[in-house]
Design a binder for this molecule. Structure first.
Ligand code: ATP
Ligand code: MG
Length: 427
């Protein structure tokens, strides 16, 4: 026997019922996005490597060690998208849609990062992301947060995730803070771990994000960015908090929330859920007012977020929402005895699906005795079996069997099938 080929580590087939749950979550969240006036953008899975290097920053986890990068047949360096923001900005500049009017966009699909696979962390995973362009004030930051809070309610997360917010200030303010931070951290250089020592010169703010317990004291006592803010960013942050207070969204200010990517400025936020272990962040985002210019466009304010769908799905595992979303029930299984019945059944099923659009109707395929077809009907989780045999055909009747309740079978006229099914579903 030849060797079996397996899927790549960290890249999973999603089978039912997990696929059903993911699809239901996506549909539900996309419905909310429509309510808020957001439009879908579809971006390619592959981009030039340069795009991510220039937008995310050379010394970020993603660019340093997580990208799937390869040369294609022309020798061009391409990368499987590790995130969506860079592509949205690239598309905005390329098609010029950033400047005509403000934009509210969303995308959803697979992303790729070469990380160590574990629960909640995969090499191919799914994100739903939102990007807005042309809105400069804190009102849009608040809208993004209100929108996500609405999503948690809609999919009935068993526990309300916690919101953390912070502001990174303007890039000028950050620059002068950066120098102070380097100066402070340098005093403890010997106590910093290897990664932090490396980051000290390249990306010192990321050190604040470190989970290393030996460095926590140093981090706790580091100068706080909140005390080095420019006036405009400070005011923006206060306004954001005002709106959140007014709309009764609970939050915690975390001055050490810095996010992993270079492009953020002013507001950043994360939603953190209990019960996911180390992979607790289900949604993260913020403003990136400088990115459009950095990628060669005209300056344009921007803000967005992305959420991990696998992490959301795992929060719903074992809950009533999951049971409801992946309910495998179908309404009718058509048991068809003989060639004529098969033909008539096919047409009747099509008629029912058209006339009763909420219904699900499965026809028996592959023939079989009445006994084996009834077995399949039962296994299919159908609520009703519609049986068509020679007798039924001759008399234009359908025999109806109730598969999930103790009740005698019925015989109905074929012309009544639609109203019968409507009544049954509306009961
Ligand atoms: P983390 O700190 O968990 O590595 P991140 O800061 O790298 O997250 P973002 O780039 O902000 O994550 O992505 C947004 C969301 O996408 C995350 O909050 C998470 O829910 C999800 N996500 C990110 N990386 C992965 C992954 N490898 N597998 C599954 N979900 C992921
Ligand atoms: Mg990461």
């Amino acid at each position: 026997m030849s060797k079996r080929i397996q899927s790549i580590r960290g890249m999973h087939d999603v089978l039912p019922p997990e696929s059903t749950l993911l699809r239901a979550i996506e549909n539900s969240l996309q419905g909310i996005l429509r309510q808020y006036g957001y439009h879908e953008i579809r971006i390619p899975l592959l981009e030039q490597t340069e795009l991510f290097k220039r937008s995310l920053g050379e010394v970020t986890d993603i660019v340093e060690k997580e990208m799937y990068t390869f040369d294609d047949r022309n020798g061009d360096s391409l990368t499987l998208r590790p995130e969506g923001t860079a592509s949205c900005v690239r598309a905005g500049i390329q098609h010029g849609f950033l400047y005509s009017q403000p934009q509210r966009l969303w995308y959803c699909g697979p992303f790729f990062r070469h990380e160590r696979p574990q629960k909640g962390r995969y090499r191919q995973f799914h994100q739903l992301g939102v990007e807005t362009f042309g809105y400069v004030g804190p009102d849009i930051d608040a809208e993004l947060i209100i929108l996500t809070a609405h999503m948690w309610k809609k999919i009935k997360l068993p526990m309300q995730p916690k919101l953390q917010i912070n502001t990174l200030g303007s890039s000028q303010a950050r620059q002068s803070y950066r120098e102070k931070l380097i100066h402070y951290l340098q005093q403890y250089k010997d106590k910093l771990d290897k990664e932090a020592q490396h980051r000290l010169q390249t990306n010192p703010m990321r050190i604040l994000d470190s989970k290393n317990p030996d460095m926590q004291e140093i981090i706790q006592n580091a100068p706080s960015l909140l005390e080095h803010l420019d006036a405009e960013s400070a005011e923006h942050f206060i306004q954001l908090q005002k709106i959140l207070d007014e709309t009764e969204i609970e939050y915690q200010i975390n001055p050490r929330l810095v996010r992993g990517l270079d492009y953020y400025s002013k507001t950043v936020f994360e939603w953190i859920a209990d019960g996911l272990g180390a992979q607790a962040t289900i949604c993260a985002g913020g403003r990136y007012d400088g990115l459009v210019e950095q990628l060669g466009g005209k300056s344009c304010p921007a803000a967005g977020f992305a959420m991990g769908l696998e992490r959301l799905a795992s929060l719903l595992e074992g809950t009533a929402t999951q049971a409801q979303l992946v309910d495998p029930t179908i309404d009718v299984y058509m048991v068809l005895m003989g060639e004529d019945a098969e033909m008539a059944g096919l047409k009747l099923a099509e008629h029912l699906r058209t006339q009763v659009p909420t219904s699900s109707v499965v026809t028996n395929c592959g023939g079989g005795s009445i006994k084996s077809q009834m077995k399949r009907a039962d296994k299919s989780q159908a609520r009703l079996a519609f049986i068509l045999g020679e007798d039924e055909l001759e008399n234009n009747l359908i025999t109806v069997k109730y598969l999930r309740e103790k009740r005698d079978q019925d015989s109905i006229a074929r012309t009544e099938a639609v109203s019968f099914l409507e009544n049954f579903l509306n009961k």
